[in-house]
Design a protein around this ligand. Sequence first.
Ligand SMILES: C[S@@+](CC[C@H](N)C(=O)[O-])C[C@H]1O[C@@H](n2cnc3c(N)ncnc32)[C@H](O)[C@@H]1O
Length: 270
Amino acid sequence: MIKLVSNRIRLAIKYLSYLVFSSNRKGHGIHSPFVFDFIIQVLRGKIANEIQFGKIEKYRNDLIRSSDFISIEDYGAGSFITSQTKRSISSVAKYSLKSPKYARLLYRVVNYFKPDSILELGTSFGITTQYLAIANPLATITTIEGSPEIAQIAQVGFERNSFQRIRLIQGNFKKELQTAIVGMNGKKFFYIDGDHRYEPTIHYFNTIISISGENDILVFDDIHWSKDMEQAWLEIKQDIRVKYTIDLFFIGLVFLKKDFLEKQDFVVHF
Ligand SMILES: C[S@@+](CC[C@H](N)C(=O)[O-])C[C@H]1O[C@@H](n2cnc3c(N)ncnc32)[C@H](O)[C@@H]1O
């Protein structure tokens, strides 16, 4: 409990410092044309698909209103809210999913970079997966979830909203990541949103980067969530294969492009 409270205080202080020191959303002072464009087109971008977003959010809201409970097999670092194995669907839907603001951002990221294949680690109820899927209807999309009852609810959502092309793998990232990356072609987009611990995160990073090309994009969730995740994010930024990183506090983006001559890390207000 004390650890939980001190981590929350640490996170709040970190967030305040992010708000004070991050570059503003207009891109003033950013000299990289790539990042400036990213800020204008993606962070401040307005592109949306309100009809589809509405269907996805309807599923989220139905889950929030649910009074049912499910069993959770916790593979990862747990969450701030609870680590018990029985949880209400409502609580998972409220606290464990990316908010509409970030789901829309990820939609714009995918829509802007147009990857050919997308892989998400950590489906949960598949809400963000659905945003990723509509962002580029031509991309193949795979998502991995360890907890069987959670995966089942995600699958119901995919069927309800006609996302038959989303391939949901139920299993542990450690085992399934290798299988999932084999079929990925062209420009790749990875969203790592689960198992927020140092060693697994570095392992997923190394596995993914070993098959990545210079146009691929990696997005890590909860990069400041714990000291462990801070350390993992620091090492990812320092990796010589990484060229640019953009820290938006709750997510961090990693770019590998070879024509960025210098390594640079940006912290941008979002
Ligand atoms: C934060 S939630 C994902 C939220 C989802 N991406 C969204 O935005 O709606 C993380 C999920 O990853 C799953 N998970 C964590 N560690 C895992 C592992 N090692 N293998 C498989 N699934 C794992 C958890 O069961 C949980 O459902």
